[in-house]
Design a protein around this ligand. Sequence first.
Ligand SMILES: [Zn+2]
Length: 407
Amino acid sequence: MGINPIVNNTDMNEAHRSIIVKILHQKGVCSRAEIAKITGLTQASITKIVSSLIDMGIVYESGIIKGNGNRRAIGLSLNTENNPVIGIKFSRHIYDVGVFDIGGRFYTQTETEFDITEDPRKVLDGIKAQVHAYLKEYKNTVAIGMAVPGPYLKDEGIIAIVSRMAAWHEINFLKEFENEFRIPFFIEQDANAGALAEWWFGGHEKPMDMLAYMLMGEGVGSGIIEEDRILGGKQGAASEIGHISIDVNGPRCQCGNYGCLELYSAAPVLLARAMQAEPRLFNKKGLKRIDEYNIIFREARKGNEKFRKLLREIAEYIAYGCVTLINAYNPDIIVIGDVLAKADELILPVIREKVRERVVEELYSQVKIVISKLTVDPTLYGAAAAATDRVLSNPSRFLNITQPSGN
Ligand SMILES: [Zn+2]
């Protein structure tokens, strides 16, 4: 990937280490024989590479397991706890900073709301201060990942359009952060990050070829993972489902297109319409944005017909997005996440019904459409997962090494 100069891996040992580390990351516990079987490498070379990983403190022997043909074998596991990663989610009104480890365990998180008209410097300094505070507490942190709204141009470090964020247009996120901390810093587009989190930690049935994640939050986007990898395109901005026209004669979008899906289905659109429909429910002072969204979902569940109708309409738009994803990518599964995932059963049946009406039956019958079950925001989780992904590609370079390796 373009922003990471290290992935161009010419060191065969390191490439093999990476493969083994990724297998352990996926499977949790594995024997040497199982790894040999999966990778096609010889037992002898597996033994050698595993010893170097054990020497580095990246892998440890975690006890006896049942190996091939029920033979007892020594289980190998990844030393996840010694290797925390920090994730940052930057969206249009909120930033979250969270601590995870490379095994995907969640430790802690803070959320801060900000006003888009604030001085960007103040917001950026706030993010940095929070990260520094966590780095002090989690001293072994190996990497930081940040998820930003798309389209994000990975080589330039610039968010191409961030609605109503004129002052932000000049901010180069990569330059801003990569020299601030002494550990590697990576940026990923928010929907791609969410897709990675769902792929690894979403609890979806494996094996699968392709997962599509649909981010339905402050913006609308999608991320596609095919066989462990983000489908990024030339500039990292592929699968921008939010900017697909659902009405070519619709209003102009900031991207230049007309009638973009985002204009009809992003969470703020729902909120604006809900406020218009029932202003009295929102006129309490000091309501946070997230509280306002929750009012909609709570009232809809209590039977508010105006809100239920609004949510059905939004669900239809989400369905149109799903139809495009199915026709463009033919994924195994579409996972819907972020703010609107909280509407869960209020929207899912409508989405499925509308998709069914508009997609060839042979395709519809093979795709699952679900709501994210992650308890931590997939984008925040994914920011950490994106950093983890880079780290696992070069384990000896990034992970906390307890003893110097022999090779
Ligand atoms: Zn657009």
